[in-house]
Design a protein around this ligand. Structure first.
Ligand SMILES: Cc1ncc(COP(=O)(O)O)c(C=O)c1O
Length: 396
């Protein structure tokens, strides 16, 4: 049996005619830069995330970059973030001339640990403060502890840029201050800005690169629009150095077709995670040797009420990870290591002396993490084969 890590064919088959028509419409319209398709998608994503504004950009990477640029973060500044994420999180920080300040991740979620953040923020007191932004990542589709992070941000008056590239639609519960009620907020609606990627492997993927920045602050939205277009306002008058970070209308029109189906895809991914849980349990593998991605807000999942985890990736942690990966691949099962090298160990940072730093939880995750197929159309038979093959590996 063949089980790819991701199969986009079923989606493409289902929407093929609609997408071809939408692409043809854009081509026939001769409006190829920004225009009505992009404006429509911006409103749809803003509504979906529960924010007043969204600004379409060329990629998730550029969503981060333009957010940092619009905050005028640069030389001499630090951005507090996680060492365990995709490279773009850190790359965007260094590209504006700032440097990342890493806080280790939490054991269960592998998201940035608010206790470590609190220590670093405390150390940054006295003299000129260097931490100019906080950039948590909602890794694999589960929000970082945004209640704690937003409290810290308020305490130190520092803007939060959510790297929500993997987490469109993921929700986080905020306890009501007085009445004990719980308010669920979507990724991208909690910080100053939320940065999303429409890379094809994301839960909402385009047919090329694309991204968007959400924000609750209308003035910041205007700054983002200006920076996305070379910092020009009006045309040919450049108040800032921005860039060409514009979302392509062809991508926007494809995303508008797919967005209404996102909730269903989230449900299917969540159902697949429950199937994995049962299969691993039946195989007697949970805990030893396989650690499953245990969502922090499991009760919400059971109630089915909230997408606290959208399972962009289903990442287990295992001993002898590289051997298991090779074995699964030899058995035609797609799997991937997200991520094998923590950011502080990346060669491109060598000149900044991060190499001697130690983030033990992140480093252990980099040794043990393995993503299994979780896409919506995955069948029970395919999942059974994946778990049986893992059981075979550890019993041989
Ligand atoms: C956590 C994270 N941040 C940023 C990005 C960058 O997004 P893009 O590939 O659209 O530039 C990604 C993409 O995989 C990501 O996973």
């Amino acid at each position: 049996m063949n089980v790819p890590l991701l199969d986009l064919q079923p989606q493409m088959t289902r929407f093929r005619e609609e997408i071809l028509q939408a692409v043809t419409d854009v081509i026939d319209s001769t409006r190829y830069i920004l225009g009505p398709r992009v404006t429509e998608l911006e409103q749809e994503i803003a509504d979906y995330c529960g924010v007043p504004a969204a600004v379409g950009v060329s990629s998730g990477t550029d969503a981060l970059l333009v957010s940092l640029m619009a905050l005028e973060i640069g030389q001499g500044d630090l951005v507090l973030t996680t060492p365990y994420t995709f490279f773009a999180t850190m790359g965007s920080i260094v590209r504006v001339g700032a440097l990342p300040l890493f806080a280790d991740v939490d054991e269960q979620s592998l998201n940035i640990d608010p206790d470590r953040m609190a220590e670093l923020l405390e150390e940054d007191q006295g003299g000129e403060r260097r931490i100019k932004a906080i950039m948590p990542v909602h890794l694999y589709g589960q929000c970082a502890d945004m209640a704690r992070i937003m409290d810290l941000a308020a305490q130190y008056d520092i803007p939060v840029i959510e790297d929500a590239a993997q987490a469109i639609g993921a929700e986080f519960p905020f306890a009501g201050k007085e009445d004990g009620s719980v308010q669920w907020k979507r990724a991208g609606s909690m910080g100053l800005s939320g940065c999303f990627s429409f890379f094809p492997s994301k839960n909402l993927g385009s047919v090329g690169d694309g991204g968007i920045v959400t924000t609750c602050d209308p003035d910041f939205a205007e700054r983002l629009r200006c920076y996305r277009n070379h910092g020009a306002e009006p045309k040919y008058y450049h108040s800032h150095i921005g860039g060409n970070f514009r979302l392509d209308p062809i991508q926007a029109s494809v995303l508008s077709i797919k967005l209404p189906h996102l909730a269903q895809w989230h449900r299917q991914r969540r159902a697949n995670s429950a199937v994995y849980h049962d299969l691993f349990q039946q195989a007697g593998l949970i805990g030893d040797p396989v650690i499953l991605p245990e969502p922090v807000y499991r009760n919400a999942a059971e109630a089915g009420a909230h997408d606290f985890h959208i399972y962009n990736q289903y990442v287990i942690r295992v001993p002898r990870r590289d051997e298991l990966r090779d074995f699964l691949q030899s058995q035609s099962i797609g799997c991937e290591v997200y991520y094998p090298v923590c950011l502080h160990k990346q060669q491109c940072l060598a000149k900044y002396d991060y190499g001697d730093l130690s983030f033990p939880v992140a480093e252990q995750a980099a040794r043990e993490s393995l993503a299994l197929p979780i896409y919506p159309e995955l069948s029970d038979e395919q999942q059974t084969y994946v778990v049986e093959t893992i059981a075979r590996f550890y019993r041989s």
